[in-house]
Design a protein around this ligand. Structure first.
Ligand code: G4P
Length: 529
């Protein structure tokens, strides 16, 4: 049964209430904890603690693979959905580890806004900067949550200057912390003029009770202590005199970030953030396609931003994650796979909540749908009722480290090739094949942890053991120019699309080769041939 087709006003209503966002942070800043609390407030889980993947607790709903659990880091991206205050929220989980920036980059193409989580004691860290740069490139609005205020923290004014200086974005506080460390008492809402103090709940498991008072209220001194009340009054005066006002327009173009303070672990400030987030963050907007900007109200179209094989032991198949960019998606609908012109019926569609799958009957712009991938989808592909719509380009990272790979048991060659193809398709690593066909391929990655993930997944999911030797190559260039000159060029390898590529040990090596071969262009990223 397909859902009845919605009328335009229903489509507009559903678009307006969608909020699709991703969390970016340096590992350990508290992304998993905030995710857990957002789900708690969104009613998607009853008790916090069912998300975090750390030992001794249940596994995070967004963590799938044992390697993630062993390392306590989140490797794969997933989408979690919940309702809050009449809004339909899609939270895309992005890996925090720096070696996974390609995956993160792709996931961020499916987000309409991002939440940047900072550790109050550490401020802006290296990984925050990298992920922030990706959001900046896309021009999506960024909100900031300063976490762990229950620990000794940087002075909030210093923290805001750090954000402004290292990220070149105007930081405007919408809440202000009252104390830090053991003295953290809550936050002051600079917009409503209300002080929100919180009671710590045991282990932060349940929704924390909140008490409110105005700044001039004598009750405030009793709630937070006379010293903190005096400091708060002085801080607020300084903010009102010296800080820029929050401007929604500058926020929406990514030039200004609203800043919230809290402690996710203790439920301080998370619900308050969420209540503001649903009003501030934008609904899905138009998508840039080869045919121009496609408004979300247009006929159905969706793009694939992530592929993942073997998501759980129960479902050993390949999933393509699609973001609906326009129109109304109905399970079983007939569409065109626009890169190949193939007609497809989208009957195998589901949402994902860790191991649990639910069939999706319908979806709207901003929603993420998992499609069972029979091998037709590539990252950046479009499915649509309009057979001509495609994405102009899809971001890729240039690998910076390369490993030679050799198969231990040659009898496993078939499984090895299957695993290699599927994992490369997902973007776990990039694969380069020697053109003489004699040797095993090279793997390219942004960081070495990707090799470990590749090796572990090949063993666990395909039963294949491989040896990896990190090579001294550090640069890759795609070759362009007269095809016959390129074909004669020795030492080259090919990428998984058969495009000629060359690996170099150093910049010097590259420059020297380029000088010797002016007839060939050496490009940092593949040019579609
Ligand atoms: P991540 O996903 O960004 O890597 O961070 P995660 O939420 O896993 O949090 C990293 C650590 O910081 C965890 O501690 C978590 O409990 C702690 N944490 C998160 N939010 C807060 C907070 O508001 N205040 C304080 N004090 N700590 C916070 P852990 O020791 O690594 O794990 P666990 O044993 O606590 O689970």
């Amino acid at each position: 049964m397909t859902a009845p087709h919605p009328d335009p006003s229903q489509l507009a209503f559903e678009i307006a209430r969608r909020r699709t966002f991703a969390i970016i942070s340096h590992p350990d800043a508290g992304k998993t904890t905030i995710t857990e609390k957002l789900l708690l407030y969104g009613g998607a889980i009853q008790e916090a603690g069912s998300v975090t993947a750390k030992e001794g607790r249940a596994h995070t709903k967004s963590d799938w693979m044992s390697i993630e659990q062993q390392r306590g880091i989140s490797i794969s991206s997933s989408a979690l959905t919940f309702e809050y205050s009449g809004r339909h929220i899609n939270l895309l989980d992005t890996p925090g580890h720096q070696d996974f920036s390609e995956d993160t980059y792709r996931t961020l193409t499916a987000a309409d806004s991002a939440l940047m989580v900072l550790d109050a004691a550490r401020g802006v860290q290296s990984q925050t900067e990298k992920l922030f740069a990706v959001c900046r490139n896309r021009g999506i609005p960024i909100l900031t949550f300063v976490n762990k205020m229950d620990r000794p923290a940087l002075e909030p004014f210093d923290l805001l200057s750090q954000v402004e200086n290292s990220l070149s974005i105007t930081a405007v506080p919408l809440t202000w912390p009252i104390g830090d460390g053991p003295d953290f008492k809550g936050v002051y809402d600079l917009q409503t003029g209300q002080v929100l103090t919180f009671d710590r709940t045991a282990g932060g498991k349940h929704r924390a009770p909140v008490h409110t008072a105005g700044l001039g209220d004598p009750q405030l001194d009793a709630l937070v202590g006379a010293d903190l009340a005096a400091k708060l009054r002085a801080d607020v005066e300084l903010i009102q005199a010296a800080m820029p006002e929050f401007e929604p327009g500058a926020f929406l173009t990514g030039e200004l970030t609203p800043v919230f303070f809290g402690s996710a672990m203790n439920n301080f400030g998370v619900e308050h953030f969420l209540a503001n987030f649903v009003d501030l963050a934008p609904p899905p907007g138009p998508t840039l396609t080869n045919l121009g900007e496609r408004p979300p109200e247009a006929g159905f179209a969706g793009f694939i931003f992530k592929l993942q094989a073997n998501m759980s032991k129960h479902h050993r198949d390949r999933t393509a994650f699609m973001r609906v960019m326009s129109g109304h998606f109905e399970r079983g609908m007939d569409v065109t796979h626009t890169r190949t012109g193939r007609k497809l019926r989208l009957s195998q569609a589901h949402t994902l909540f860790a191991q649990d799958r639910e069939k999706v009957e319908e979806a709207y712009p901003g929603d993420i749908v998992g499609l069972v991938n029979p091998g037709v989808f590539q990252i950046g592909d479009v499915v649509s009722v309009d057979p001509k719509v495609q994405l102009p380009s899809f971001p890729r990272f240039t690998p910076e480290t390369f490993a030679a790979i050799s198969l231990r048991d040659v009898g496993k060659r078939k499984a090895f090739m299957k695993g290699l193809t599927q994992l490369a398709e997902e973007g776990v690593v990039q694969v380069f094949y020697p053109t003489d066909g004699a040797r095993d391929p090279y793997l390219g990655a942004v960081g070495p942890l990707q090799f470990e993930v590749f090796q572990a997944r090949l063993r666990e999911e395909y039963g294949v053991d491989v040896e990896l030797h990190v090579t001294s190559y550090g640069l890759v260039r795609w070759l362009a120019g007269d095809p016959s000159s390129v074909a004669r060029f020795a030492r080259h390898v090919e990428d998984d699309q058969g495009r000629p590529v060359m690996l170099f040990r150093s910049r010097y090596d590259l420059d020297y080769t380029a000088e010797q071969h002016p007839e060939i262009e050496f490009l940092p990223l593949p040019r579609d041939l």
